[in-house]
Design a protein around this ligand. Structure first.
Ligand code: ZN
Length: 392
């Protein structure tokens, strides 16, 4: 009996507290309504004094994948009656790409299409349907500056760009003309957060950039990059750089990569997405000369390719969050909470290519799946021990 009364009293008290706190929400205006996906911001605001300006936090998420390197085994496997269909290969990773506010991929091979004649290593040209599958999977931006950009010359680039335009895909790092290059790529989100995407490569496999057509591919050039970053910082809340660099098949970044990342951090770049080594290299936070922090993944590995050595079959989805807090006239933009989803390109006898989240792998799909998954997690979190891994 006494217990029942006690519970009643507690319930009453609880209701009172609830009523009071509800009233508080209303009196403080739109604070809670305006917050989006607050679970990752880790910020709560307690502005008990009504005179204080209202603090509003908006948040978006970005996800990034590495190399889409379409060898002949991959496009032969995608052949259907009418053209090509790469969608089944991305089916199991689609949820992780489409749930982010903006997703970006490194499209290593130009999608010049069948009219130009498809080709594989060492000078690639891929079906336009690769682009359609990326769009379907939730990709919003493609980075095009890499060592294969000039593989099949300007025609492949122009045809590819035509297709990217047809499917309304933002592309960066390779452009149709100098006017196009001058058009800074800024993604404006509904949340009111703007993100600039820049992209550069160390080289083009010895194929010279045609004279007077340097818009065809952005080369790593510190002066150019400093200018672009400066320009982007003036126009966007966040600047994300794709850098195609490093030594192939090396699982740790070299000194040149580290120096270049330090340089762009000093220029104020917010995030660096690395690729080219075809294997994963770890994630880190680098401090710029002004005390700013730059989030970097040194290499995202292969996302979908025909390469056949274990580490070259591993890639992943790199995700992070951007929050923008406005209070009075002041704004604070923060990149935070990096997460990673290791992925594996499964196939047998050069058929049935499929990108699979590693945590979902069975021992039939990959012997010792769990052991491999643990090792990849350890590798990626070398410098960020509390790195989160997506598992749902
Ligand atoms: Zn490359």
């Amino acid at each position: 009996m006494i217990r029942g009364k006690f519970i009643k009293a507690v319930l009453l008290l609880l209701m009172l507290v609830l009523l009071v706190s509800c009233g508080k929400d209303i009196s403080e205006g739109t604070l809670n309504q305006d917050r989006t996906a607050g679970s990752h911001s880790g910020k709560t605001t307690d502005s008990r004094e009504l005179k204080e300006p209202i603090e509003v936090t908006k948040e978006i998420s970005i996800s990034a994948i590495g190399d889409m390197l379409i060898h002949n085994s991959v496009y032969n496997d995608a052949k259907v009656n009418q053209g090509y269909d790469f969608k089944p290969m991305l089916e199991r990773v689609k949820p992780f790409l489409s749930d982010a506010t903006i997703s970006i991929a490194n499209q290593e091979t130009m999608i010049g299409g069948v009219e130009l004649g498809l080709s594989s290593y060492p000078t690639f040209n891929s079906p336009t349907e690769v682009g359609d599958a990326l769009k379907w999977a939730g990709i919003d931006v493609v980075s095009l500056a890499n060592n294969h950009t000039l593989d099949r010359g300007e025609e492949a680039i122009q045809r590819a760009i035509k297709h990217w335009e047809t499917i309304d895909m933002m592309y960066t790092g390779s452009y149709k003309d100098s006017q196009d290059r001058d058009q800074l790529r800024i993604y404006e989100t509904e949340e009111g957060i703007s993100v600039a995407f820049l992209s550069y490569t160390y080289g083009t496999n010895g194929i010279p950039v045609p004279v007077g057509r340097d818009y065809l591919v952005n080369l790593i050039d510190q002066e150019l990059m400093a200018q672009d970053i400066q320009n982007a910082k003036e126009k966007a809340d966040v600047v994300i750089l794709s850098l195609h660099f490093g030594n192939e098949y090396e699982r740790m970044p070299n000194q040149l990569q580290k120096d270049l990342v330090q340089f762009v951090a000093d220029q104020g770049a917010d995030v660096v997405l690395g690729h080219h080594p075809h294997v994963l290299q770890p994630i880190d936070w680098v401090t710029g000369e002004n005390g700013n922090r730059t989030l970097v993944v040194y290499s995202l590995g292969n996302f979908l390719s025909g390469q056949d050595e274990f580490y070259r079959q591993i890639g992943g989805v790199f995700k992070f969050y951007i929050s923008k807090t406005s209070k009075g006239g002041e704004q604070e933009v923060k990149v935070h909470s990096p997460e990673f989803l290791p992925t594996y390109v499964k196939y047998s006898n050069w058929r049935d290519y499929e990108v699979i989240p590693m945590y979902q792998l069975t021992n039939q799909e990959l012997p010792n799946a769990q052991k491999h998954y643990e090792e990849i997690k350890e590798h990626m979190s070398t410098w960020v021990p509390d790195l989160k891994f997506m598992e749902e």
